[in-house]
Design a binder for this molecule. Sequence first.
Ligand SMILES: Cc1ncc(COP(=O)(O)O)c(C=O)c1O
Length: 410
Amino acid sequence: MRIDLFRMERTQSLYENEVEFNLSESGVLPMQIQEILDGPEGPSSLHSLRLKYPPAAGSNLLRERIGLFYGDARLENVLVTNGGSEANYVCLWGLLDKSDHAAIMIPNYLQTWGLARAYAGRARPFRLVERHEEGRARWALDVDSLERAVTRKTRLILVTHPNNPTGAVLNEEEMDAVVRVARRSGAFIVSDEVYRGAEVYRPGERPGPPSPTFWGRYDRVLITAGVSKAFGLPGLRTGWIVGPAKTVSKLCSYHDYLTLTPTYLSNRLAEAAMEPVKREAILARTRDIIRRNLPRLEEWIRSHGDLFDYIPPVAGAIATIRYDLPIGSVALFDRLRRERSVLITPGGHFGIGKYIRIGYGYDIELTLRGLARVDETIAALRRASPARRAPRRSAAAARRARRGLPRATA
Ligand SMILES: Cc1ncc(COP(=O)(O)O)c(C=O)c1O
Protein backbone atom coordinates (compact mmCIF):
# COMPACT_ATOMS: atom_id res chain seq x y z
CA MET A 1 0.00 0.00 0.00
CA ARG A 2 1.26 3.47 -0.86
CA ILE A 3 0.87 6.32 1.60
CA ASP A 4 1.57 10.06 1.34
CA LEU A 5 4.60 11.45 3.07
CA PHE A 6 3.40 12.86 6.41
CA ARG A 7 5.46 15.97 5.89
CA MET A 8 4.79 17.71 9.18
CA GLU A 9 5.88 14.76 11.32
CA ARG A 10 8.78 13.82 9.04
CA THR A 11 10.31 17.28 9.09
CA GLN A 12 9.70 17.67 12.82
CA SER A 13 11.43 14.35 13.48
CA LEU A 14 14.38 15.38 11.35
CA TYR A 15 14.92 18.86 12.74
CA GLU A 16 13.31 19.38 16.15
CA ASN A 17 16.42 18.29 18.05
CA GLU A 18 18.79 20.14 15.72
CA VAL A 19 17.52 23.69 15.92
CA GLU A 20 18.24 26.22 18.66
CA PHE A 21 14.63 27.40 18.79
CA ASN A 22 11.92 24.82 18.35
CA LEU A 23 8.66 26.74 17.94
CA SER A 24 6.92 23.74 16.40
CA GLU A 25 5.83 22.14 19.70
CA SER A 26 2.07 21.79 19.94
CA GLY A 27 1.60 21.01 23.62
CA VAL A 28 2.69 22.46 26.95
CA LEU A 29 5.86 21.89 28.97
CA PRO A 30 5.70 18.17 29.85
CA MET A 31 5.08 17.16 33.45
CA GLN A 32 7.49 15.21 35.62
CA ILE A 33 6.76 11.72 36.95
CA GLN A 34 6.93 13.04 40.52
CA GLU A 35 4.19 15.56 39.73
CA ILE A 36 1.86 12.75 38.65
CA LEU A 37 2.77 10.30 41.39
CA ASP A 38 2.66 12.78 44.25
CA GLY A 39 1.10 10.46 46.85
CA PRO A 40 3.01 9.29 49.97
CA GLU A 41 4.99 6.65 48.03
CA GLY A 42 5.73 8.88 45.05
CA PRO A 43 7.68 7.50 42.08
CA SER A 44 9.15 4.77 44.29
CA SER A 45 5.79 2.99 43.95
CA LEU A 46 7.02 2.08 40.45
CA HIS A 47 10.13 0.27 41.66
CA SER A 48 8.61 -3.06 42.50
CA LEU A 49 6.22 -3.27 39.56
CA ARG A 50 6.60 -6.35 37.42
CA LEU A 51 6.81 -5.33 33.76
CA LYS A 52 4.25 -7.73 32.41
CA TYR A 53 1.85 -7.22 29.53
CA PRO A 54 -1.03 -5.03 30.63
CA PRO A 55 -4.56 -5.99 29.49
CA ALA A 56 -4.81 -5.56 25.71
CA ALA A 57 -7.39 -2.77 25.78
CA GLY A 58 -5.74 -1.06 28.78
CA SER A 59 -6.40 -1.72 32.48
CA ASN A 60 -10.00 -1.52 33.65
CA LEU A 61 -9.10 1.32 35.99
CA LEU A 62 -7.63 3.41 33.18
CA ARG A 63 -10.53 2.71 30.83
CA GLU A 64 -13.01 3.57 33.54
CA ARG A 65 -11.25 6.88 34.25
CA ILE A 66 -11.03 7.75 30.56
CA GLY A 67 -14.76 7.02 30.31
CA LEU A 68 -15.44 9.53 33.10
CA PHE A 69 -13.79 12.29 31.06
CA TYR A 70 -16.69 11.85 28.61
CA GLY A 71 -19.44 11.57 31.23
CA ASP A 72 -21.14 8.26 30.65
CA ALA A 73 -18.68 6.21 28.54
CA ARG A 74 -18.19 2.75 30.04
CA LEU A 75 -15.40 0.21 30.05
CA GLU A 76 -16.59 -1.48 26.85
CA ASN A 77 -16.56 1.89 25.05
CA VAL A 78 -12.84 2.47 25.62
CA LEU A 79 -9.73 1.10 23.92
CA VAL A 80 -6.38 2.41 25.16
CA THR A 81 -3.83 2.94 22.39
CA ASN A 82 -0.24 4.06 22.03
CA GLY A 83 -0.80 7.77 21.45
CA GLY A 84 -3.63 9.63 19.80
CA SER A 85 -1.91 8.87 16.52
CA GLU A 86 -2.43 5.12 16.97
CA ALA A 87 -6.05 5.81 17.90
CA ASN A 88 -6.51 7.67 14.59
CA TYR A 89 -4.65 4.96 12.70
CA VAL A 90 -6.77 2.13 14.10
CA CYS A 91 -10.02 3.99 13.40
CA LEU A 92 -9.24 4.82 9.78
CA TRP A 93 -7.65 1.45 9.05
CA GLY A 94 -10.48 -0.44 10.72
CA LEU A 95 -13.35 1.53 9.24
CA LEU A 96 -12.35 2.32 5.66
CA ASP A 97 -12.36 0.21 2.52
CA LYS A 98 -11.52 1.11 -1.05
CA SER A 99 -15.25 1.24 -1.81
CA ASP A 100 -15.70 3.98 0.82
CA HIS A 101 -15.28 7.73 0.76
CA ALA A 102 -14.00 9.79 3.68
CA ALA A 103 -14.55 13.50 4.38
CA ILE A 104 -11.72 15.20 6.24
CA MET A 105 -11.66 18.62 7.91
CA ILE A 106 -9.00 20.95 6.49
CA PRO A 107 -6.87 22.61 7.84
CA ASN A 108 -5.75 19.70 9.94
CA TYR A 109 -3.05 17.55 11.36
CA LEU A 110 -2.73 15.69 8.08
CA GLN A 111 -2.23 12.21 9.53
CA THR A 112 -5.91 11.52 8.98
CA TRP A 113 -5.86 12.99 5.45
CA GLY A 114 -2.94 10.69 4.52
CA LEU A 115 -4.63 7.67 6.11
CA ALA A 116 -7.94 8.39 4.40
CA ARG A 117 -6.17 8.67 1.04
CA ALA A 118 -4.46 5.35 1.70
CA TYR A 119 -7.41 3.32 3.01
CA ALA A 120 -10.51 4.87 1.39
CA GLY A 121 -11.37 4.96 -2.29
CA ARG A 122 -11.58 8.72 -2.09
CA ALA A 123 -10.81 11.42 0.48
CA ARG A 124 -12.61 14.72 0.14
CA PRO A 125 -11.80 17.87 2.10
CA PHE A 126 -14.25 20.15 3.84
CA ARG A 127 -13.13 23.38 5.37
CA LEU A 128 -12.82 25.66 8.29
CA VAL A 129 -12.81 29.21 6.93
CA GLU A 130 -12.01 32.59 8.44
CA ARG A 131 -15.24 34.46 8.96
CA HIS A 132 -16.32 37.66 10.69
CA GLU A 133 -19.31 36.99 12.94
CA GLU A 134 -20.77 39.39 15.48
CA GLY A 135 -17.88 41.79 15.16
CA ARG A 136 -15.11 39.24 15.63
CA ALA A 137 -13.18 36.88 13.42
CA ARG A 138 -13.32 33.13 13.98
CA TRP A 139 -12.55 29.93 12.14
CA ALA A 140 -16.02 28.70 11.16
CA LEU A 141 -17.20 25.45 9.61
CA ASP A 142 -18.02 25.89 5.92
CA VAL A 143 -21.19 23.79 6.05
CA ASP A 144 -21.61 23.95 2.25
CA SER A 145 -18.21 22.36 1.74
CA LEU A 146 -19.16 19.65 4.27
CA GLU A 147 -22.40 18.94 2.38
CA ARG A 148 -20.43 18.70 -0.87
CA ALA A 149 -17.79 16.43 0.64
CA VAL A 150 -20.24 13.86 2.02
CA THR A 151 -21.89 11.45 -0.42
CA ARG A 152 -23.85 8.23 -0.10
CA LYS A 153 -20.51 6.43 -0.11
CA THR A 154 -19.05 8.38 2.79
CA ARG A 155 -18.21 6.03 5.64
CA LEU A 156 -16.41 8.49 7.86
CA ILE A 157 -16.32 12.21 8.62
CA LEU A 158 -13.18 13.31 10.42
CA VAL A 159 -13.14 16.43 12.57
CA THR A 160 -10.26 17.64 14.69
CA HIS A 161 -11.99 19.43 17.50
CA PRO A 162 -10.48 21.57 18.98
CA ASN A 163 -8.65 21.99 15.72
CA ASN A 164 -4.95 21.75 15.01
CA PRO A 165 -3.56 24.16 13.75
CA THR A 166 -6.19 26.89 14.25
CA GLY A 167 -7.29 26.17 17.84
CA ALA A 168 -10.89 26.52 16.60
CA VAL A 169 -13.83 24.98 18.44
CA LEU A 170 -17.11 24.38 16.60
CA ASN A 171 -20.23 26.04 17.98
CA GLU A 172 -23.41 24.08 18.74
CA GLU A 173 -24.92 24.86 15.34
CA GLU A 174 -21.83 23.59 13.56
CA MET A 175 -21.68 20.43 15.67
CA ASP A 176 -25.35 19.82 14.86
CA ALA A 177 -24.58 20.29 11.16
CA VAL A 178 -21.82 17.65 11.32
CA VAL A 179 -24.21 15.21 13.03
CA ARG A 180 -27.03 15.97 10.56
CA VAL A 181 -24.82 15.38 7.52
CA ALA A 182 -23.31 12.21 9.07
CA ARG A 183 -26.75 10.83 9.91
CA ARG A 184 -27.94 11.37 6.34
CA SER A 185 -25.32 9.01 4.92
CA GLY A 186 -24.94 6.79 7.99
CA ALA A 187 -21.30 7.85 8.28
CA PHE A 188 -19.19 7.61 11.42
CA ILE A 189 -17.95 10.82 12.95
CA VAL A 190 -14.36 10.40 14.08
CA SER A 191 -13.61 13.34 16.33
CA ASP A 192 -9.96 13.86 17.22
CA GLU A 193 -10.27 15.67 20.55
CA VAL A 194 -6.67 15.53 21.72
CA TYR A 195 -6.70 19.29 22.54
CA ARG A 196 -9.91 19.15 24.58
CA GLY A 197 -9.21 20.50 28.07
CA ALA A 198 -6.56 23.02 26.92
CA GLU A 199 -8.96 25.95 26.58
CA VAL A 200 -7.71 29.53 26.42
CA TYR A 201 -8.78 31.78 29.31
CA ARG A 202 -7.71 35.39 29.52
CA PRO A 203 -6.31 36.86 32.74
CA GLY A 204 -9.30 37.51 35.02
CA GLU A 205 -11.58 34.94 33.32
CA ARG A 206 -12.76 31.92 35.30
CA PRO A 207 -12.27 28.56 33.57
CA GLY A 208 -15.47 26.76 32.56
CA PRO A 209 -16.03 23.19 31.35
CA PRO A 210 -13.81 21.73 28.62
CA SER A 211 -14.74 22.21 24.95
CA PRO A 212 -17.86 20.27 23.95
CA THR A 213 -17.27 16.70 22.84
CA PHE A 214 -19.05 14.84 20.05
CA TRP A 215 -19.52 11.90 22.44
CA GLY A 216 -23.23 11.30 23.08
CA ARG A 217 -24.51 13.38 20.14
CA TYR A 218 -25.03 10.50 17.69
CA ASP A 219 -24.70 6.73 17.91
CA ARG A 220 -21.85 6.45 15.38
CA VAL A 221 -19.27 8.65 17.08
CA LEU A 222 -15.67 7.65 17.75
CA ILE A 223 -13.54 9.96 19.84
CA THR A 224 -9.77 9.78 19.48
CA ALA A 225 -7.61 11.56 22.04
CA GLY A 226 -4.85 11.05 24.57
CA VAL A 227 -2.64 12.72 27.12
CA SER A 228 -0.08 14.30 24.76
CA LYS A 229 -1.47 17.83 24.42
CA ALA A 230 -3.99 19.03 27.01
CA PHE A 231 -2.36 16.86 29.70
CA GLY A 232 1.26 17.71 28.96
CA LEU A 233 2.28 14.03 28.96
CA PRO A 234 3.39 13.27 25.39
CA GLY A 235 6.14 10.89 26.52
CA LEU A 236 3.60 8.48 27.98
CA ARG A 237 2.36 7.78 24.44
CA THR A 238 -1.06 7.07 25.88
CA GLY A 239 -4.09 7.61 23.70
CA TRP A 240 -7.56 6.16 23.41
CA ILE A 241 -10.61 5.51 21.30
CA VAL A 242 -14.04 5.99 22.84
CA GLY A 243 -16.90 4.63 20.75
CA PRO A 244 -19.84 2.26 20.49
CA ALA A 245 -18.98 -1.07 22.19
CA LYS A 246 -19.42 -3.12 19.01
CA THR A 247 -17.18 -0.85 16.93
CA VAL A 248 -14.55 -0.65 19.68
CA SER A 249 -14.50 -4.44 19.85
CA LYS A 250 -13.96 -4.61 16.09
CA LEU A 251 -11.15 -2.05 16.33
CA CYS A 252 -9.51 -4.13 19.09
CA SER A 253 -9.01 -6.87 16.53
CA TYR A 254 -7.08 -4.40 14.32
CA HIS A 255 -5.06 -3.21 17.30
CA ASP A 256 -4.01 -6.86 17.77
CA TYR A 257 -1.97 -6.50 14.57
CA LEU A 258 -0.20 -3.36 15.81
CA THR A 259 1.14 -2.90 19.32
CA LEU A 260 -1.19 -5.37 21.07
CA THR A 261 -1.35 -3.43 24.33
CA PRO A 262 -0.37 -0.11 25.88
CA THR A 263 2.98 -0.15 27.68
CA TYR A 264 2.75 -1.30 31.28
CA LEU A 265 4.40 1.76 32.83
CA SER A 266 2.41 4.24 30.77
CA ASN A 267 -0.82 2.50 31.62
CA ARG A 268 0.10 2.83 35.32
CA LEU A 269 1.03 6.53 35.06
CA ALA A 270 -1.99 7.33 32.91
CA GLU A 271 -4.23 5.73 35.57
CA ALA A 272 -2.85 8.27 38.05
CA ALA A 273 -3.16 11.18 35.61
CA MET A 274 -6.78 10.38 34.72
CA GLU A 275 -8.00 10.10 38.34
CA PRO A 276 -10.70 12.81 38.23
CA VAL A 277 -9.25 15.20 40.85
CA LYS A 278 -5.73 14.80 39.48
CA ARG A 279 -7.03 15.12 35.91
CA GLU A 280 -8.60 18.48 36.69
CA ALA A 281 -5.42 19.70 38.42
CA ILE A 282 -3.38 18.72 35.34
CA LEU A 283 -5.76 20.51 32.97
CA ALA A 284 -5.72 23.58 35.24
CA ARG A 285 -1.91 23.61 34.98
CA THR A 286 -2.16 23.53 31.18
CA ARG A 287 -4.69 26.38 31.08
CA ASP A 288 -2.48 28.37 33.42
CA ILE A 289 0.50 28.04 31.10
CA ILE A 290 -1.69 29.11 28.19
CA ARG A 291 -3.12 32.07 30.11
CA ARG A 292 0.36 33.29 31.04
CA ASN A 293 2.08 32.73 27.69
CA LEU A 294 -0.45 33.67 25.04
CA PRO A 295 -0.52 37.43 25.81
CA ARG A 296 3.27 37.53 25.37
CA LEU A 297 3.02 35.92 21.95
CA GLU A 298 0.16 38.25 21.05
CA GLU A 299 2.33 41.28 21.90
CA TRP A 300 4.83 40.02 19.33
CA ILE A 301 2.06 39.49 16.76
CA ARG A 302 0.63 42.98 17.34
CA SER A 303 4.05 44.59 17.04
CA HIS A 304 4.01 43.65 13.33
CA GLY A 305 0.96 45.74 12.45
CA ASP A 306 -0.86 44.47 9.38
CA LEU A 307 1.86 42.04 8.33
CA PHE A 308 -0.09 39.43 10.29
CA ASP A 309 -3.74 38.51 10.37
CA TYR A 310 -4.45 36.50 13.48
CA ILE A 311 -7.48 34.71 14.87
CA PRO A 312 -6.80 33.78 18.51
CA PRO A 313 -7.02 30.07 19.38
CA VAL A 314 -10.00 28.94 21.47
CA ALA A 315 -8.04 25.93 22.73
CA GLY A 316 -4.50 24.59 22.48
CA ALA A 317 -1.06 26.13 23.04
CA ILE A 318 -0.71 26.82 19.33
CA ALA A 319 -1.41 29.99 17.36
CA THR A 320 -1.80 30.10 13.61
CA ILE A 321 -1.03 33.40 11.93
CA ARG A 322 -1.58 34.50 8.33
CA TYR A 323 1.26 36.59 6.96
CA ASP A 324 1.61 38.93 4.03
CA LEU A 325 5.10 38.30 2.66
CA PRO A 326 6.26 37.25 -0.80
CA ILE A 327 7.27 33.72 0.23
CA GLY A 328 5.36 30.45 0.52
CA SER A 329 5.05 28.91 3.98
CA VAL A 330 7.22 25.85 3.31
CA ALA A 331 9.97 28.04 1.78
CA LEU A 332 9.76 30.33 4.81
CA PHE A 333 9.97 27.32 7.16
CA ASP A 334 13.07 26.05 5.28
CA ARG A 335 14.71 29.41 5.35
CA LEU A 336 14.11 29.97 9.07
CA ARG A 337 15.53 26.56 9.85
CA ARG A 338 18.62 26.87 7.68
CA GLU A 339 19.46 30.53 8.28
CA ARG A 340 18.23 31.12 11.84
CA SER A 341 18.03 27.67 13.45
CA VAL A 342 14.33 28.24 14.18
CA LEU A 343 11.67 25.59 13.55
CA ILE A 344 8.13 26.80 12.93
CA THR A 345 5.34 24.78 11.33
CA PRO A 346 4.23 26.04 7.91
CA GLY A 347 0.61 26.36 6.79
CA GLY A 348 1.52 24.05 3.91
CA HIS A 349 1.83 21.16 6.37
CA PHE A 350 -1.83 21.60 7.38
CA GLY A 351 -3.34 22.06 3.92
CA ILE A 352 -3.40 25.87 3.95
CA GLY A 353 -1.16 28.54 2.44
CA LYS A 354 0.63 31.54 3.89
CA TYR A 355 0.33 30.78 7.57
CA ILE A 356 2.78 29.88 10.29
CA ARG A 357 1.92 27.96 13.44
CA ILE A 358 3.77 28.90 16.59
CA GLY A 359 3.71 26.73 19.71
CA TYR A 360 3.72 28.86 22.86
CA GLY A 361 3.26 26.28 25.65
CA TYR A 362 6.92 25.90 26.63
CA ASP A 363 9.46 28.45 27.89
CA ILE A 364 7.97 31.69 26.56
CA GLU A 365 11.21 33.67 26.98
CA LEU A 366 12.97 31.17 24.73
CA THR A 367 10.05 31.31 22.28
CA LEU A 368 10.35 35.10 22.11
CA ARG A 369 14.08 34.85 21.45
CA GLY A 370 13.29 32.49 18.57
CA LEU A 371 10.70 34.95 17.29
CA ALA A 372 13.33 37.72 17.34
CA ARG A 373 15.24 35.56 14.85
CA VAL A 374 12.06 35.26 12.76
CA ASP A 375 12.01 39.08 12.75
CA GLU A 376 15.45 39.13 11.12
CA THR A 377 14.15 37.02 8.23
CA ILE A 378 11.01 39.13 7.93
CA ALA A 379 13.17 42.27 7.69
CA ALA A 380 15.39 40.65 5.04
CA LEU A 381 12.35 39.61 2.99
CA ARG A 382 10.94 43.11 3.15
CA ARG A 383 14.24 44.64 2.07
CA ALA A 384 14.51 42.22 -0.85
CA SER A 385 11.07 42.90 -2.31
CA PRO A 386 9.51 46.18 -1.26
CA ALA A 387 7.02 46.06 -4.15
CA ARG A 388 4.95 42.94 -4.51
CA ARG A 389 3.58 41.28 -7.61
CA ALA A 390 0.41 39.20 -7.70
CA PRO A 391 1.47 35.56 -7.25
CA ARG A 392 1.08 33.28 -10.26
CA ARG A 393 -0.50 29.89 -9.71
CA SER A 394 2.05 27.12 -10.33
CA ALA A 395 1.23 24.12 -12.53
CA ALA A 396 1.29 21.90 -9.42
CA ALA A 397 -1.14 24.20 -7.59
CA ALA A 398 -3.48 24.15 -10.59
CA ARG A 399 -3.33 20.33 -10.63
CA ARG A 400 -4.11 20.14 -6.92
CA ALA A 401 -7.01 22.53 -7.31
CA ARG A 402 -8.46 20.36 -10.08
CA ARG A 403 -8.20 17.26 -7.89
CA GLY A 404 -9.74 19.12 -4.96
CA LEU A 405 -6.77 18.48 -2.66
CA PRO A 406 -5.80 20.80 0.14
CA ARG A 407 -2.88 23.10 -0.53
CA ALA A 408 -0.32 21.02 1.29
CA THR A 409 2.71 22.51 -0.41
CA ALA A 410 2.16 26.26 -0.32
C1 LIG B 1 -4.76 16.65 16.18
C2 LIG B 1 -3.73 15.65 16.61
N1 LIG B 1 -4.09 14.38 16.76
C3 LIG B 1 -3.22 13.44 17.15
C4 LIG B 1 -1.90 13.76 17.38
C5 LIG B 1 -0.95 12.70 17.81
O1 LIG B 1 -0.97 12.61 19.19
P1 LIG B 1 -0.04 11.63 20.01
O2 LIG B 1 1.23 12.37 20.29
O3 LIG B 1 -0.83 11.34 21.24
O4 LIG B 1 0.19 10.41 19.18
C6 LIG B 1 -1.47 15.07 17.21
C7 LIG B 1 -0.07 15.43 17.43
O5 LIG B 1 0.39 16.51 17.15
C8 LIG B 1 -2.42 16.04 16.83
O6 LIG B 1 -2.08 17.33 16.68
